[in-house]
Write a protein that binds this ligand. Structure first.
Ligand SMILES: [Zn+2]
Length: 399
Protein backbone atom coordinates (compact mmCIF):
# COMPACT_ATOMS: atom_id res chain seq x y z
CA UNK A 1 0.00 0.00 0.00
CA UNK A 2 1.25 3.42 -0.91
CA UNK A 3 -0.24 6.61 0.47
CA UNK A 4 0.51 9.95 -1.13
CA UNK A 5 0.34 12.64 1.54
CA UNK A 6 0.74 16.40 1.80
CA UNK A 7 3.73 15.79 4.07
CA UNK A 8 5.26 13.13 6.23
CA UNK A 9 6.61 14.13 9.63
CA UNK A 10 9.20 11.38 9.92
CA UNK A 11 10.50 12.84 13.18
CA UNK A 12 10.53 16.36 14.68
CA UNK A 13 13.53 17.31 12.53
CA UNK A 14 12.57 15.70 9.23
CA UNK A 15 9.49 16.51 7.18
CA UNK A 16 9.13 15.18 3.62
CA UNK A 17 6.79 17.26 1.49
CA UNK A 18 4.64 15.30 -0.99
CA UNK A 19 5.84 11.95 0.33
CA UNK A 20 4.47 8.70 -1.04
CA UNK A 21 4.58 6.42 1.99
CA UNK A 22 4.89 2.69 1.56
CA UNK A 23 3.12 0.63 4.22
CA UNK A 24 4.92 -2.52 5.32
CA UNK A 25 2.40 -5.19 6.29
CA UNK A 26 2.07 -8.90 5.61
CA UNK A 27 -1.72 -8.41 5.72
CA UNK A 28 -1.97 -6.37 2.51
CA UNK A 29 -3.96 -7.74 -0.42
CA UNK A 30 -2.08 -5.67 -2.99
CA UNK A 31 1.25 -4.21 -1.94
CA UNK A 32 1.08 -1.64 -4.75
CA UNK A 33 -2.41 -0.26 -4.17
CA UNK A 34 -2.16 3.54 -4.25
CA UNK A 35 -4.15 6.00 -2.14
CA UNK A 36 -4.15 9.71 -2.77
CA UNK A 37 -4.36 11.50 0.57
CA UNK A 38 -2.85 14.80 -0.54
CA UNK A 39 -4.87 16.63 2.06
CA UNK A 40 -3.50 14.57 4.95
CA UNK A 41 -0.35 14.54 7.02
CA UNK A 42 1.49 11.43 8.16
CA UNK A 43 2.98 11.21 11.65
CA UNK A 44 4.51 8.52 13.83
CA UNK A 45 1.80 7.21 16.19
CA UNK A 46 1.79 9.11 19.49
CA UNK A 47 3.02 7.98 22.90
CA UNK A 48 1.17 8.81 26.12
CA UNK A 49 3.77 8.65 28.89
CA UNK A 50 1.44 8.77 31.88
CA UNK A 51 -1.97 7.29 32.46
CA UNK A 52 -3.78 5.12 34.98
CA UNK A 53 -5.87 2.97 32.68
CA UNK A 54 -8.18 1.75 35.43
CA UNK A 55 -9.12 5.31 36.37
CA UNK A 56 -10.48 6.57 33.08
CA UNK A 57 -13.92 7.30 34.43
CA UNK A 58 -15.70 10.56 33.77
CA UNK A 59 -16.26 13.36 34.76
CA UNK A 60 -13.27 14.52 36.75
CA UNK A 61 -13.29 13.48 40.39
CA UNK A 62 -13.03 16.63 42.46
CA UNK A 63 -14.94 19.39 44.17
CA UNK A 64 -13.34 22.27 42.31
CA UNK A 65 -10.79 22.70 45.11
CA UNK A 66 -7.08 23.28 44.79
CA UNK A 67 -5.02 20.91 46.91
CA UNK A 68 -1.60 21.57 48.50
CA UNK A 69 -0.65 18.00 47.67
CA UNK A 70 -2.17 15.09 45.84
CA UNK A 71 -2.43 12.88 48.93
CA UNK A 72 -5.33 15.01 50.21
CA UNK A 73 -7.08 14.76 46.85
CA UNK A 74 -6.77 10.96 46.84
CA UNK A 75 -8.94 10.89 49.99
CA UNK A 76 -11.40 13.55 48.74
CA UNK A 77 -11.70 11.80 45.38
CA UNK A 78 -13.27 8.79 47.06
CA UNK A 79 -16.32 10.90 47.93
CA UNK A 80 -16.96 12.16 44.39
CA UNK A 81 -19.89 11.08 42.21
CA UNK A 82 -17.50 9.93 39.51
CA UNK A 83 -15.60 7.59 41.83
CA UNK A 84 -18.81 6.29 43.42
CA UNK A 85 -20.32 5.63 40.00
CA UNK A 86 -17.28 3.62 38.94
CA UNK A 87 -17.63 1.69 42.21
CA UNK A 88 -20.93 0.34 40.90
CA UNK A 89 -18.92 -1.45 38.24
CA UNK A 90 -15.62 -2.20 39.95
CA UNK A 91 -14.54 -1.83 43.55
CA UNK A 92 -10.85 -1.54 44.21
CA UNK A 93 -10.16 -4.32 46.72
CA UNK A 94 -6.55 -3.19 47.08
CA UNK A 95 -5.06 -6.09 45.11
CA UNK A 96 -4.61 -4.00 41.94
CA UNK A 97 -4.97 -7.13 39.84
CA UNK A 98 -6.14 -5.65 36.56
CA UNK A 99 -6.29 -9.03 34.85
CA UNK A 100 -9.45 -9.78 36.85
CA UNK A 101 -12.41 -9.65 34.42
CA UNK A 102 -14.20 -6.45 35.39
CA UNK A 103 -11.01 -4.56 36.20
CA UNK A 104 -9.66 -5.60 32.83
CA UNK A 105 -12.75 -4.26 31.12
CA UNK A 106 -12.34 -0.85 32.77
CA UNK A 107 -8.63 -0.79 31.94
CA UNK A 108 -9.56 -1.58 28.32
CA UNK A 109 -11.71 1.51 28.31
CA UNK A 110 -8.50 3.42 29.08
CA UNK A 111 -6.72 1.62 26.25
CA UNK A 112 -9.40 2.82 23.83
CA UNK A 113 -9.12 6.36 25.18
CA UNK A 114 -5.51 6.28 24.03
CA UNK A 115 -6.11 4.46 20.75
CA UNK A 116 -8.83 6.88 19.59
CA UNK A 117 -6.45 9.80 20.14
CA UNK A 118 -3.72 8.34 17.93
CA UNK A 119 -1.53 6.66 20.56
CA UNK A 120 0.18 3.38 19.79
CA UNK A 121 1.89 3.26 23.20
CA UNK A 122 0.72 4.13 26.69
CA UNK A 123 2.48 3.86 30.02
CA UNK A 124 -0.01 2.55 32.57
CA UNK A 125 1.37 3.64 35.94
CA UNK A 126 0.32 0.75 38.14
CA UNK A 127 2.18 -2.05 39.95
CA UNK A 128 3.54 -4.56 37.46
CA UNK A 129 0.74 -6.84 36.27
CA UNK A 130 0.76 -10.49 35.22
CA UNK A 131 2.33 -10.85 31.74
CA UNK A 132 -1.08 -11.50 30.12
CA UNK A 133 -2.13 -7.92 30.90
CA UNK A 134 0.39 -6.66 28.38
CA UNK A 135 -0.44 -9.18 25.64
CA UNK A 136 -2.92 -9.00 22.76
CA UNK A 137 -3.96 -5.40 23.23
CA UNK A 138 -4.70 -3.28 20.15
CA UNK A 139 -1.90 -0.91 21.21
CA UNK A 140 1.30 -1.34 23.20
CA UNK A 141 0.86 -1.12 26.98
CA UNK A 142 4.45 -0.62 28.13
CA UNK A 143 5.51 -3.87 29.77
CA UNK A 144 9.14 -3.31 30.63
CA UNK A 145 9.38 -0.91 33.54
CA UNK A 146 9.72 -0.74 37.31
CA UNK A 147 7.65 1.68 39.34
CA UNK A 148 7.00 3.25 42.67
CA UNK A 149 3.92 5.32 43.44
CA UNK A 150 5.69 8.24 45.12
CA UNK A 151 8.17 9.02 47.87
CA UNK A 152 5.43 10.87 49.77
CA UNK A 153 2.94 8.00 49.76
CA UNK A 154 5.20 4.98 49.26
CA UNK A 155 4.18 2.03 47.12
CA UNK A 156 0.73 1.89 48.74
CA UNK A 157 -0.78 0.18 45.69
CA UNK A 158 1.75 -2.66 45.56
CA UNK A 159 5.41 -3.23 44.81
CA UNK A 160 8.57 -2.83 46.85
CA UNK A 161 10.43 0.19 48.20
CA UNK A 162 11.70 2.75 45.71
CA UNK A 163 15.29 1.49 46.05
CA UNK A 164 14.31 -2.16 45.58
CA UNK A 165 12.16 -1.30 42.57
CA UNK A 166 14.99 0.72 41.06
CA UNK A 167 17.39 -2.20 41.48
CA UNK A 168 15.05 -4.34 39.36
CA UNK A 169 15.64 -2.07 36.37
CA UNK A 170 19.36 -2.93 36.02
CA UNK A 171 19.50 0.44 34.34
CA UNK A 172 17.90 -1.02 31.23
CA UNK A 173 14.20 -0.28 31.71
CA UNK A 174 12.59 2.93 32.97
CA UNK A 175 11.99 3.53 36.65
CA UNK A 176 8.76 5.52 36.92
CA UNK A 177 7.53 7.44 39.94
CA UNK A 178 5.29 10.42 40.79
CA UNK A 179 7.32 13.20 42.38
CA UNK A 180 6.50 16.61 43.84
CA UNK A 181 2.78 16.57 42.97
CA UNK A 182 1.93 19.54 45.15
CA UNK A 183 3.20 22.86 46.41
CA UNK A 184 3.66 22.22 50.15
CA UNK A 185 6.57 21.08 52.31
CA UNK A 186 5.69 17.39 51.84
CA UNK A 187 5.92 17.85 48.07
CA UNK A 188 9.16 19.85 48.31
CA UNK A 189 10.83 17.18 50.45
CA UNK A 190 10.60 14.57 47.69
CA UNK A 191 13.46 15.71 45.49
CA UNK A 192 16.17 15.82 48.23
CA UNK A 193 14.99 12.35 49.26
CA UNK A 194 15.25 11.14 45.66
CA UNK A 195 18.85 12.32 45.52
CA UNK A 196 19.66 10.81 48.90
CA UNK A 197 18.32 7.44 47.71
CA UNK A 198 20.49 7.79 44.59
CA UNK A 199 17.50 7.49 42.29
CA UNK A 200 18.25 10.51 40.13
CA UNK A 201 19.27 8.39 37.16
CA UNK A 202 19.16 8.48 33.38
CA UNK A 203 16.49 5.77 33.31
CA UNK A 204 14.32 7.54 35.90
CA UNK A 205 11.07 9.09 34.71
CA UNK A 206 9.55 11.49 37.20
CA UNK A 207 5.86 12.25 36.88
CA UNK A 208 4.62 15.83 37.50
CA UNK A 209 7.53 17.55 39.30
CA UNK A 210 5.36 20.56 40.24
CA UNK A 211 7.41 21.25 43.36
CA UNK A 212 10.79 21.15 41.58
CA UNK A 213 12.91 24.30 41.79
CA UNK A 214 15.01 25.56 38.88
CA UNK A 215 18.17 24.09 40.42
CA UNK A 216 16.51 20.73 40.90
CA UNK A 217 15.31 20.79 37.28
CA UNK A 218 18.87 21.57 36.22
CA UNK A 219 20.05 18.54 38.23
CA UNK A 220 17.49 16.37 36.39
CA UNK A 221 18.83 17.62 33.06
CA UNK A 222 22.41 16.88 34.10
CA UNK A 223 21.52 13.38 35.30
CA UNK A 224 19.55 12.65 32.12
CA UNK A 225 16.41 12.08 34.18
CA UNK A 226 13.18 12.49 32.19
CA UNK A 227 10.14 14.38 33.47
CA UNK A 228 6.55 13.77 32.46
CA UNK A 229 4.44 16.90 32.19
CA UNK A 230 0.69 16.53 32.82
CA UNK A 231 -0.47 20.17 32.76
CA UNK A 232 -4.23 19.59 32.71
CA UNK A 233 -4.20 17.28 35.72
CA UNK A 234 -1.77 19.58 37.55
CA UNK A 235 -3.90 22.70 37.15
CA UNK A 236 -7.04 20.80 38.09
CA UNK A 237 -5.64 19.31 41.31
CA UNK A 238 -2.87 21.64 42.40
CA UNK A 239 -3.51 24.90 40.52
CA UNK A 240 0.09 24.93 39.31
CA UNK A 241 2.29 22.90 37.00
CA UNK A 242 5.90 21.94 36.39
CA UNK A 243 8.29 24.82 35.59
CA UNK A 244 8.26 23.79 31.94
CA UNK A 245 10.25 26.81 30.80
CA UNK A 246 13.13 25.84 33.10
CA UNK A 247 12.93 22.27 31.80
CA UNK A 248 13.25 23.46 28.22
CA UNK A 249 15.98 25.97 29.10
CA UNK A 250 18.12 23.30 30.77
CA UNK A 251 17.33 20.61 28.20
CA UNK A 252 15.41 18.10 30.32
CA UNK A 253 13.93 15.24 28.32
CA UNK A 254 10.29 16.26 28.82
CA UNK A 255 7.45 13.94 27.83
CA UNK A 256 3.69 14.53 27.95
CA UNK A 257 1.05 12.51 29.75
CA UNK A 258 -2.69 12.77 30.15
CA UNK A 259 -2.99 11.17 33.59
CA UNK A 260 -6.43 9.58 33.95
CA UNK A 261 -9.67 11.37 33.08
CA UNK A 262 -10.48 11.57 36.78
CA UNK A 263 -7.97 14.44 36.95
CA UNK A 264 -6.58 15.10 33.46
CA UNK A 265 -7.54 15.77 29.84
CA UNK A 266 -10.01 13.53 28.10
CA UNK A 267 -7.21 12.31 25.82
CA UNK A 268 -3.79 13.19 24.44
CA UNK A 269 -5.21 15.38 21.65
CA UNK A 270 -6.86 17.57 24.27
CA UNK A 271 -3.69 17.57 26.39
CA UNK A 272 -1.73 18.98 23.42
CA UNK A 273 -4.28 21.75 23.02
CA UNK A 274 -4.29 22.50 26.73
CA UNK A 275 -0.49 22.69 26.89
CA UNK A 276 -0.52 25.12 23.97
CA UNK A 277 -3.35 27.17 25.44
CA UNK A 278 -1.46 27.66 28.72
CA UNK A 279 2.01 28.00 27.18
CA UNK A 280 1.50 29.45 23.68
CA UNK A 281 5.17 30.50 23.49
CA UNK A 282 6.32 26.86 23.42
CA UNK A 283 6.67 25.84 19.75
CA UNK A 284 4.31 23.02 18.79
CA UNK A 285 7.33 21.17 17.41
CA UNK A 286 8.64 21.00 20.98
CA UNK A 287 5.34 19.60 22.22
CA UNK A 288 5.33 17.09 19.34
CA UNK A 289 8.74 15.85 20.55
CA UNK A 290 7.21 15.17 23.96
CA UNK A 291 4.77 12.66 22.46
CA UNK A 292 7.23 11.05 20.02
CA UNK A 293 11.04 11.01 20.22
CA UNK A 294 11.35 12.23 23.82
CA UNK A 295 8.77 9.67 24.97
CA UNK A 296 10.48 6.85 23.08
CA UNK A 297 13.71 7.79 24.88
CA UNK A 298 12.18 8.08 28.37
CA UNK A 299 10.24 4.82 28.06
CA UNK A 300 13.27 3.13 26.47
CA UNK A 301 11.17 1.89 23.55
CA UNK A 302 12.47 -0.03 20.53
CA UNK A 303 13.57 2.05 17.53
CA UNK A 304 10.28 1.61 15.66
CA UNK A 305 8.54 4.03 18.04
CA UNK A 306 8.52 7.83 18.01
CA UNK A 307 9.62 8.20 14.38
CA UNK A 308 8.72 6.78 10.96
CA UNK A 309 10.32 6.60 7.52
CA UNK A 310 8.46 6.64 4.22
CA UNK A 311 8.56 2.84 4.34
CA UNK A 312 6.85 1.97 7.58
CA UNK A 313 4.68 -0.49 9.50
CA UNK A 314 3.48 2.22 11.92
CA UNK A 315 1.47 5.20 10.77
CA UNK A 316 -0.82 7.91 12.03
CA UNK A 317 -2.58 9.64 9.14
CA UNK A 318 -4.40 12.85 10.04
CA UNK A 319 -6.46 15.34 8.01
CA UNK A 320 -4.66 18.57 7.24
CA UNK A 321 -6.30 21.65 8.72
CA UNK A 322 -3.13 23.77 8.97
CA UNK A 323 -0.21 23.73 6.51
CA UNK A 324 2.21 23.61 9.45
CA UNK A 325 2.22 19.91 10.46
CA UNK A 326 2.99 20.75 14.10
CA UNK A 327 0.30 23.43 14.42
CA UNK A 328 -2.07 21.05 12.64
CA UNK A 329 -2.13 19.03 15.86
CA UNK A 330 -4.06 21.85 17.52
CA UNK A 331 -7.02 21.25 15.21
CA UNK A 332 -7.22 17.48 15.45
CA UNK A 333 -10.35 15.74 16.67
CA UNK A 334 -10.68 11.97 16.97
CA UNK A 335 -12.57 11.77 13.64
CA UNK A 336 -9.71 13.56 11.84
CA UNK A 337 -7.60 10.45 12.27
CA UNK A 338 -7.94 8.70 8.94
CA UNK A 339 -5.76 5.73 9.71
CA UNK A 340 -3.72 4.31 12.58
CA UNK A 341 -1.50 1.34 11.82
CA UNK A 342 0.53 -0.38 14.51
CA UNK A 343 3.09 -3.02 13.57
CA UNK A 344 1.46 -3.58 10.19
CA UNK A 345 -2.04 -4.04 11.62
CA UNK A 346 -4.73 -1.45 10.86
CA UNK A 347 -6.27 -0.58 14.21
CA UNK A 348 -8.42 2.50 13.65
CA UNK A 349 -9.64 4.70 10.83
CA UNK A 350 -11.64 4.77 7.61
CA UNK A 351 -12.97 1.47 6.25
CA UNK A 352 -11.63 2.17 2.73
CA UNK A 353 -8.15 1.43 4.10
CA UNK A 354 -9.16 -1.64 6.09
CA UNK A 355 -10.69 -3.15 2.95
CA UNK A 356 -7.21 -3.47 1.50
CA UNK A 357 -6.01 -5.73 4.33
CA UNK A 358 -6.63 -9.46 4.80
CA UNK A 359 -8.25 -9.41 8.22
CA UNK A 360 -11.12 -11.12 9.97
CA UNK A 361 -13.85 -8.48 10.04
CA UNK A 362 -15.27 -10.09 13.19
CA UNK A 363 -12.20 -8.80 15.02
CA UNK A 364 -13.31 -5.22 14.33
CA UNK A 365 -16.09 -2.90 15.40
CA UNK A 366 -17.66 -0.73 12.71
CA UNK A 367 -19.47 2.48 13.59
CA UNK A 368 -20.43 5.93 12.32
CA UNK A 369 -19.57 6.96 8.82
CA UNK A 370 -17.48 3.98 7.65
CA UNK A 371 -15.17 3.90 10.62
CA UNK A 372 -13.46 0.87 12.11
CA UNK A 373 -11.55 0.01 15.25
CA UNK A 374 -9.76 -3.17 16.23
CA UNK A 375 -11.52 -5.06 19.01
CA UNK A 376 -14.91 -4.54 20.55
CA UNK A 377 -15.08 -1.48 22.76
CA UNK A 378 -18.86 -1.46 22.25
CA UNK A 379 -19.05 -4.64 24.35
CA UNK A 380 -17.38 -2.78 27.22
CA UNK A 381 -19.84 0.11 27.11
CA UNK A 382 -22.81 -2.29 26.69
CA UNK A 383 -21.73 -4.17 29.77
CA UNK A 384 -21.24 -0.93 31.75
CA UNK A 385 -24.66 0.39 30.67
CA UNK A 386 -26.27 -2.86 31.67
CA UNK A 387 -24.71 -2.83 35.10
CA UNK A 388 -25.51 0.84 35.70
CA UNK A 389 -29.04 0.59 34.30
CA UNK A 390 -28.56 3.69 32.14
CA UNK A 391 -26.40 4.84 29.27
CA UNK A 392 -23.01 6.13 30.36
CA UNK A 393 -21.15 8.46 27.97
CA UNK A 394 -17.38 8.65 27.80
CA UNK A 395 -16.20 11.69 25.81
CA UNK A 396 -13.07 9.86 24.66
CA UNK A 397 -15.11 7.28 22.73
CA UNK A 398 -16.23 8.41 19.26
CA UNK A 399 -19.37 6.27 19.13
ZN1 LIG B 1 -0.52 9.67 38.03
Amino acid sequence: MKIKVDSCVCNPEKIIKGANIRIKSSLLKDKNIQFDCSNSIAYPPFINSHDHLISNWYPKAGFGKIYPNVNIWVEDMKKTDSFLERNKIWINDGSFDLTEKIANQIASLGIYKNLFSGCAVVQDHIPKQKPIYYKDNPINILENYAQHHSLSMGNWWGGESAEEEYTKTNGSVPFIMHLGEGTDELSRECFPKLKELKLLKSNTLLIHGIALTKDQIKACAMAGTSICWCPNSNYYLIGKTLDIDACLEYGVNVVLGTDSTMSGSINLLEELKFAHHKFPHIPMKQIFKMITTNAAKALMLPEEYGAISNNTSNLLLIKKHDPDPFRNLLQVQMEDIELLIHQGTPIYGDVKFLNEFIVNKDDYYFYGNNRFVLGHPENITDSINQRLGYKKDFPFLPF
